[in-house]
Design a protein around this ligand. Structure first.
Ligand code: ZN
Length: 244
């Protein structure tokens, strides 16, 4: 079943809508969301409602946990903290209850979904672009899954394990080989941080045996205006155009 996978929406309704429309156009039949639905942008309720309607599987992220009493907010930087406090005030009780009950991991056949690293998911270790081999080994060996999809770092990328070799695949579209395992960071729809402001998502096509990282532009002006109108930190609006 062709599957669209996205993460780190962070209350950005315009980015979520653009990503969902792009995935629908690619004839996606099933959606998976890798967490951090809220925090940073001004439409947490609308984004949660949309994901609840459409996603077949959803895992909990660190901002989701912090906004629903599950994690201490002291570990977040001041901008994230302000956004979390704002979200706690504005997110409906019903959505909070739903988020609280989200699992940290979901397994589908030989595929694992997790917000951060599969290595101790509740510690929120990053799968990031400058990982050393030892960190890759730790992440891959924490799960037997052949395909692992993660978010959290807001930087899309594909890591490959082939026997004793661990490396980053430098491309957006990879063919799934039977003798390899893959750790795919799907990036962020709502707040990309890889210098590309376009909303990120991934298409997993089992029929073609491919995983593709895709990007789609969205109406950042509307998102920025909503952030400012909500009284959220200006910096959270400014960073969207830079993709930082
Ligand atoms: Zn995030």
């Amino acid at each position: 079943m062709k599957t669209g996978i996205f993460s780190d929406v962070h209350g950005n309704l315009e980015a979520l809508s653009a990503a969902m429309a792009a995935m629908a156009e690619r004839k996606v039949e099933r959606y998976w969301c890798l967490g951090d639905l809220v925090g940073y942008c001004a439409n947490p309720n609308e984004c949660v409602a949309r994901v609840r309607q459409t996603a077949e599987a959803v895992v909990r992220g660190n901002h989701d946990a912090a906004c629903t009493g599950g994690d201490d907010i002291a570990s977040f930087n001041q901008f994230a903290r302000q956004a979390i406090l704002w979200t706690i005030q504005h997110l409906s009780d019903e959505h909070k209850e739903w988020i609280k009950n989200l699992p940290l991991t979901v397994t589908r056949d030989d595929i694992l979904l997790v917000h951060a690293s599969p290595n101790d998911p509740a510690s929120w270790h990053y799968i990031h672009t400058r990982m050393r081999v030892g960190e890759m080994v730790r992440a891959f060996s924490a799960s037997p899954a052949r395909l692992i999809f993660v978010g959290h770092s807001h930087q899309p990328m594909i890591l490959v394990q082939k026997g004793d070799e661990y490396f980053r695949f430098l491309g957006d579209r990879i063919k799934i080989e039977t003798d390899c395992r893959y750790l795919v960071n799907v990036g962020s729809s709502g707040q990309p941080r890889d210098g590309n402001p376009r909303a990120a998502y991934v298409i997993y096509d089992p029929a073609e045996a491919t995983v593709t990282i895709e990007r789609v532009p969205y109406d950042t002006e509307t998102t920025k205006r909503k952030i400012r109108d909500a009284g959220l930190p200006e910096m959270l609006a400014d960073r969207l155009d830079a993709g930082s």
